[in-house]
Design a protein around this ligand. Structure first.
Ligand SMILES: [Cu+2]
Length: 136
């Protein structure tokens, strides 16, 4: 699978051919890796940190998150509360927090690093939100 990092002219020209093939296939692969709203591509669940004290609560109802965008400090936790009746979840774009599909209950995640964490609902592409984590 791995291409040998040789530098002979033959290898270079082969590589060009491979790159051409990957260029054709690459678009689909990149989208699949990003996991954005592709059914069946949900990343592995990340357990809820129920013991964490939530600095912010976000409602997940039909079909939106409220508030949609939120800002917290490093080390703070967010709790999503599911209000159904349709199933929803929260799926981070980078897979760092991933809940089950739920009609009620909650999911809590503590953010240990700063940055922007976009997320969505795996079955409702219109349900998107973002947590911005800023330094203390
Ligand atoms: Cu949903």
């Amino acid at each position: 699978m791995h291409q040998h990092a040789g530098s002979s002219p033959v290898v270079l020209s082969r590589r060009r051919v491979f790159r051409g093939l990957f260029g054709l296939l690459g678009t689909g692969a990149a989208v699949a890796l990003a996991g954005c709203g592709i059914p069946g591509k949900k990343p592995d669940l990340v357990p809820s940190q129920d013991d964490a004290k939530a600095a912010l609560t976000i409602r997940a109802f039909d079909n939106a998150y409220e508030p949609k965008n939120a800002t917290i400090n490093v080390g703070q936790a967010v709790r999503w509360v599911f209000e159904g009746p349709a199933e929803h979840d929260v799926v981070a774009g980078d897979g760092s927090f991933v809940s089950e599909l739920m009609v009620k209950g909650s999911y809590t995640h503590r953010f240990e690093t700063e940055g922007d964490f976009p997320y969505d609902c795996s079955i409702h592409p219109e349900m998107v939100g973002m947590i911005r984590v800023i330094p203390n």
